[in-house]
Structure formats: structure tokens, C-alpha cells
Design a protein around this ligand. Structure first.
Ligand SMILES: *Cc1c(COP(=O)(O)O)cnc(C)c1O
Length: 436
């Protein structure tokens, strides 16, 4: 019998990030300047991102080396284990073999630290002293706050005001790492002051917080901006997840038929799936299915159109070719805050358009039912975001039972739900909008 927990030694932490771009069957449409609609050059990004990350954003090399200092810090929690979810298989009552990659074991409880560490490092290399960012519920903000502290940078987080007030624990976490956290809209920026002048009681939005963080970075010489998903370089950093998982599946003696990840901006899905998709693109695993799972409240992949759109609500970023619901789309306030993004990563959108990956959408009520089934069998309370992947896995495991197939499924447990217990409370006490 193979182990329940499949671990790798620290020496197996990947040395390179896997870049899927040169393996794509057709070229990725470039980001465009919103005024001229011409492809943007590095000079448009240079005021807010360091050159090292801009180079990764447009890199055509198949592999990008991971700096030693970053690999040293990865040792705090990597390689992360893969588990065979035997107890979960038993409650789902399926012949499928279900495995999960456990990104919730990072110090901040999600995969986001994987990219935060690289971004903090790349900025430090270029003499940047301080990073500014936005955060909704606080997952990205706490990852960047942790990474900045470990790399010796200052961190400024604009946190959407309604979350700042209603979700104190992530805010306290960021402050524990020494970050400055303000409720957005704030009086610190023009963008914030403009909103406050019009509506002093504004609850804030991710779009406003992004505008504040970008303005902060653009105005100060010592400061750059950092983004936790969507961009090519962020997805690139997350590919350490799938590279490790491939070795772990090899140790288990199996290769997945299905690779599943939840989808907000696309980074944890891409991180797990891209190294496996490489086998499919090279013709070695033609039957591999990769599935991105989103909430039906924000169905950018399953119901959005693929077109050029802004990355932020305020319309200040370059235009990106992606599946989008429109940058003005405001999703229902579902508990999986990390999945409430109107667009999707251009790379994930491109693969979907090419028919190389699939997408599914589920309502939060059914998602939480599967989340509890998982928590009560495997012990870990999943993040509401990750629970979308779990619910998809249940659907495919039930199909495997119906057809009596020994399907091998691997999914990404992108984070734990210990900071999302109010969502579980709403579900358990019958107060959740189940069909949202
Ligand atoms: C932020 C977040 C997500 C969604 O972002 P992606 O870029 O799509 O991965 C998913 N799960 C968790 C735990 C998150 O914190």
C-alpha cells in the first residue's frame, strides 16, 4: 500500500519555474495600451514593477531560474505534501483515487506566499524599499506582508474598507508582520480622496484599492506595486506547485486523469496544472483533463466573453485579452472572496480558447456541502475558494462510480479556511445564500 502522505526532501524544491509560453500552440495576444491599442512596451510597466519581473512577464524561455535566497525561504514550508484522500474517497464512495496538493501548509495558509517571496526578492534586488498592494479579504495582503518582512522590505496594504471592518483577523495578521494597513478608500491618495469626497461612507472595492496602491507606487521612488494573481509572472512562480506534484504522483505510481484547481485570477490552477499540461502539449499525455472551477456568482470562464478588457474596475491598467464579465461587473458577495474577479489570467483564457483546459461553475451552497464532507473526513477545513475544486472533484468521483472507473484525480488545496469560519458559521446556521 502506498503512503497517505507523499513528501519530498528539501533538495527536491524546484530550481526553475516552468514557463508554458514557448510551449503554447499559438502565440498569446499581447497586452495593449488603452489609448493607442498598440502592444505595450516595458516602459509602461517600469514605474510600478521592477525590471526583473517585467522580464519574466514577457519571457520566452522555457525555464526561469529560482534565486537561491527564494529557495532558502521556500524551505520554511516546501516541498508541500501531496495526500491521498482515502477517507474522503470512502465518504464519497468512489473507485476514483483522489489526491490533493496541500498549499495550505504555508505560514500564511495559502499558495500566495509562493509568488510574494519572489516578488519581494526581485524588488529588493533593484533597490526598492517598500511595496504597495491592495487586498480584499486579506489573503494576498498577508502573503505579501509576510514576504516583505522576511526579505527586509516595508509593506503598505490598502484593504477594502468593508473587509477591514468585518474581517479583523487577516488585518491583525498583516500588522503582526509589521505591514501598514489602511482601509480603502483612504485619505492617503488622490484616488481615495476623490471617492471619499463623493461618498464618505463608501465600503470600498478592490478596484478602488488597486487604484490607491498603484498611485502610491507610481508617486514614490522607493516604492513599487505587487499583484497576487492574473499576470504571467505570477502564474510562472506558482508552477513550483505542479512540478513538485508531478514528482509526488510518480512516487505514488500514478498519473492524474484529471487535474483540478479553483479559479479566481488563475494562479493556483495554473500553478498545479501547467507542469502537467506540458506533457499534454508535448503529446505525451493527450487524455489529460485540466479543470478550472469558479463560482456561479462570478463565471468569467464559463459565461464571460474572451476580449480585451481592463484588469481593474477603475480601468487604469493595460488591456488584456481574457475571458471577462466586463470590468464593471460586481459579483454577488459570495464567501469565496478570492474568486470574485471579473476576468481571468490571459494565459488561462488562452488555453481555454484553444480547448486545452475546461471550466466549471458551482453555487456556493453545494460547494460548502462538499467542503464539510472534506473537513469531516480529511481533517483540514478548506478555504471557501479551494472548496470549489473539492466540489468539482466530488462530481467527477461520482461519475467514476457510475461508470466504475478508477479515475485518478489530483486537486489543489490552495488554502485552509481557518480565517473563513464566519462563512462556515453562515452555512451551518442556515443563513447562507445557497444558490449564489
Ligand atoms: C487568492 C486565492 C485564490 C484565488 O486566486 P487564484 O489566483 O485564482 O489562485 C484561491 N484560493 C485561495 C486560498 C486564495 O487565497
Amino acid at each position: 500500500m502506498i503512503d497517505t502522505k507523499i513528501t519530498l526532501p528539501e533538495s527536491e524544491i524546484p530550481t526553475h519555474f516552468y514557463n508554458i509560453v514557448p510551449d503554447l500552440p499559438t502565440p498569446l495576444p499581447p497586452p495593449l495600451h488603452p489609448g493607442t491599442r498598440e502592444p505595450i512596451g516595458p516602459e509602461m510597466l517600469a514605474p510600478i514593477f521592477p525590471m526583473g519581473l517585467i522580464a519574466q512577464e514577457v519571457s520566452q524561455s522555457p525555464a526561469v531560474e529560482i534565486p537561491d535566497e527564494v529557495r532558502q525561504l521556500y524551505r520554511l514550508y516546501r516541498p508541500s505534501p501531496v495526500f491521498r484522500a482515502r477517507a474522503f474517497e470512502a465518504v464519497v464512495d468512489t473507485p476514483a483515487h483522489i489526491y490533493y496538493k496541500s498549499e495550505h501548509v504555508s505560514p500564511v495558509g495559502s499558495h500566495k506566499l509562493n509568488t510574494a517571496l519572489v516578488q519581494a526578492y526581485a524588488n529588493k534586488q533593484e533597490g526598492v524599499k517598500r511595496l504597495a498592494t491592495e487586498t480584499g479579504a486579506g489573503q494576498w495582503g498577508s502573503a505579501l506582508a509576510c514576504a516583505c518582512r522576511l526579505m527586509g522590505l516595508e509593506c503598505m496594504v490598502y484593504m477594502v474598507k468593508v473587509s477591514y471592518e468585518q474581517k479583523p483577523y487577516r488585518r491583525i495578521m498583516m500588522k503582526s508582520y509589521g505591514a501598514d494597513v489602511v482601509a480603502s478608500p483612504s485619505t492617503l491618495t488622490e484616488a481615495g480622496r476623490r471617492v471619499l469626497a463623493e461618498s464618505p461612507d463608501s465600503p470600498g472595492s478592490l478596484g478602488i484599492a488597486i487604484s490607491e496602491a498603484i498611485e502610491d507606487a507610481a508617486k514614490r521612488d522607493d516604492t513599487k506595486y505587487a499583484l497576487g494573481s492574473v499576470l504571467n509572472h505570477v502564474l510562472l512562480h506558482q508552477t513550483i506547485i505542479g512540478q513538485e506534484a508531478k514528482k509526488q504522483m510518480e512516487l505514488a505510481g500514478e498519473y492524474p486523469d484529471l487535474v483540478v484547481g479553483c479559479h479566481g485570477g488563475g494562479s493556483n490552477f495554473a500553478g498545479l496544472a501547467f507542469p502537467f499540461l506540458r506533457d499534454k502539449l508535448k503529446g505525451r499525455r493527450k487524455g489529460l483533463r485540466a479543470i478550472a472551477v469558479e463560482p456561479s456568482a462570478c463565471p468569467s470562464l464559463t459565461a464571460g466573453r474572451r476580449e480585451y478588457d481592463f484588469g481593474d474596475t477603475a480601468g487604469t491598467t493595460p488591456l488584456m485579452m481574457m475571458h471577462t464579465l466586463g470590468h464593471g461587473f460586481i459579483p454577488a458577495p459570495v464567501h469565496a472572496g478570492g474568486l470574485r474577479y471579473h476576468g481571468s489570467a490571459p494565459l488561462v483564457s488562452h488555453l481555454l480558447a484553444e480547448g486545452l483546459i475546461e471550466a466549471e461553475a458551482y453555487a456556493q451552497g453545494e460547494v460548502f456541502e462538499s467542503a464539510l464532507m472534506f473537513a469531516r473526513s480529511e481533517g483540514t477545513i478548506p478555504a471557501p475558494e479551494s472548496a470549489h475544486a473539492i466540489h468539482s472533484v466530488v462530481q467527477h468521483a461520482l461519475k467514476a462510480r457510475a461508470s466504475n472507473e478508477r479515475t485518478v484525480i489530483l486537486f489543489n488545496l490552495s488554502g485552509h479556511g481557518i480565517f473563513d469560519l464566519s462563512a462556515y458559521d453562515a452555512f451551518l446556521s442556515g443563513k447562507m445564500a445557497m444558490m449564489a
